[in-house]
Design a binder for this molecule. Structure first.
Ligand code: ADP
Length: 272
């Protein structure tokens, strides 16, 4: 009789554990769904009013005579600047929600990374010059790979704008890229001499909304979304992104991307 009771209570315990696990799984799925819905709601509800503000600001801007005092001009610029910042946050949130939900198609085509880096560098030259930053570029004339050019440009823009933003006046930004024939990868890095990220905080860096103490202490504005988006794009290309290098001042972000289609089964085209 004792063994029967022991057996039954053993079964009861296992059933209990099973039910608990099932409930936990259900809750995780529910939570993920709620999170997605929340993100989508916030993003859409933010974006519409913001575009109205931006449009109204632009209209006022065209009718500057109707503003009489310098204070009014300054207020208009403040509205414009803040609307701009909020739209960046809203579109980052939307982008991330779509990427994470798998709603963003990655369209890989034959792409030249050197050209993409060139365009991205040109777009950030002015901001870099404004802070008297030196830009060193060590990239071959052409670096072909199979990837989505628009998404790679987004990665380049994110890394470069961070490098500019987190490097004080007079610093240096170095961009390198090269093909690694052994692994059939392209290795690409953006290095700066900026404020850096403390070693203890590095493991959290690619977490949503995470901002390092170095950035917060200096009150440099940001959302902690850019690197998450960047990593998601790189991983959807079957690549990786890491923060490498010293823990002293400055940072190096290294991106590795496979050169060919991941599912390519064709034999190498060596002649003979
Ligand atoms: P944001 O810059 O909007 O805060 P990111 O996701 O791009 O968001 O970066 C997350 C955090 O990583 C930043 O807040 C900052 O603390 C740190 N970070 C990113 N890039 C650099 C860099 N080049 N130098 C120093 N810190 C950086």
């Amino acid at each position: 009789e004792d063994t029967l009771i022991a057996l039954l209570s053993g079964i009861a315990a296992q059933v209990g554990q099973y039910l608990e696990r099932r409930r936990a799984e259900e809750l995780t799925v529910e939570l993920a769904k709620t999170k997605d819905e929340f993100l989508a709601l916030v993003t859409h509800e933010l974006r519409n009013p913001l575009s109205v503000i931006t449009a109204a600001t632009a209209l006022l801007d065209e009718d500057l005579e109707s503003l009489t005092t310098e204070q009014q001009h300054e207020q208009l610029r403040t509205i414009g600047r803040n609307a701009q910042r909020l739209s960046v946050i809203a579109s980052d949130l939307l982008d991330l929600a779509r990427l994470e939900a798998g709603h963003v198609a990655i369209d890989p085509v034959e792409t030249d990374l050197s050209a993409i880096l060139g365009e991205a560098l040109a777009a950030h030259r002015e901001a870099a010059a404004g802070k008297n930053l030196t830009i060193v570029v060590n990239v071959p004339e052409r670096l072909a790979l199979h990837a989505d050019p628009h998404r790679l440009r987004q990665v380049a823009d994110n890394l470069l704008s961070n490098a500019v933003k987190y490097t004080p006046t007079g610093g240096t930004i170095t961009v390198t890229a090269a093909a690694d024939d052994n692994t059939d990868e392209i290795i690409w890095a953006v290095t700066d001499t900026g404020i850096g990220i403390p070693a203890a905080e590095r493991p959290h860096l690619f977490r949503r909304f995470y901002r390092a103490s170095t950035a917060r202490e200096r009150r440099i504005p940001g959302t902690g979304l850019g690197l998450v988006i960047t990593r998601t794009i790189v991983e959807r290309h079957h690549g990786s992104i890491t923060l490498t290098g010293t823990t002293g001042p400055g940072s190096t972000f290294t991106v590795r991307l496979p050169r060919s289609k991941p599912d390519t089964t064709a034999a190498p085209g060596a002649p003979g």
